[in-house]
Design a protein around this ligand. Sequence first.
Ligand SMILES: [Zn+2]
Length: 243
Amino acid sequence: MNAAPADQLRLLDLAALDTRRTQADAARRNPPQAARVQELVALRQSLSHELSNRRGAVDDLQAELRRIEADVAVVTARRARDDELLRTTTSAKDAVGIEHELASLRRRQNELEDAQLVLMEDLEAAELAVAEQEALIATTNEEGAQLSGAAKLHVAEASALHDQLTRDRAAVAAGVPGPLLALYEKLSERSAGAALVQGRTCLGCHMMLSGTDLNRLRQAEDDAVVTCPECGCILVRTSESGL
Ligand SMILES: [Zn+2]
């Protein structure tokens, strides 16, 4: 294929725009915050799981405490009834029996109140553990919200850049003859598409060209379209090529 050197030179602009466009596309698809955001989503899930365990422990302790309080109420009522019976009984034998029951009720009440104190301490610790977990989740949410905001901004900027580069590319591509553009696009699927030869090196693959290949380049007409034997991209020759 033949193409005017000026048209071949346009391919370098096109290749540069395509490289930047590919980078902008990658940046908008995968913002740098994405990995940490994913981590935080997983972290929040396990933190929330632990939070519901801790809330469950609080619920259990509260239920246990209510049971003990109900038991204390039963014992208290029973003691009041026995006190009343003791005041009104005229039977010495009954009085002994009531005293006996009152003593055992007092022991029972002491046991219940001891258990109540232990449970109240446990409940306090369990509620503190819930509060700590909630604070941890709040911190995680805050970091997640900040990173998500930053990621959205990053994606918006990369998208805007990508759109701009797409417009720039269309403008440059419009100036390249159809067959040359088609060849470039086909080659750019597997290489830089087009690259400058500089210091006897293809800047598409950074391989030094062999003597034979250099001779072939030197002998080629200015408007001949030559490709790199290493990477297959179109080799664009200029006065800087050092041929
Ligand atoms: Zn090459």
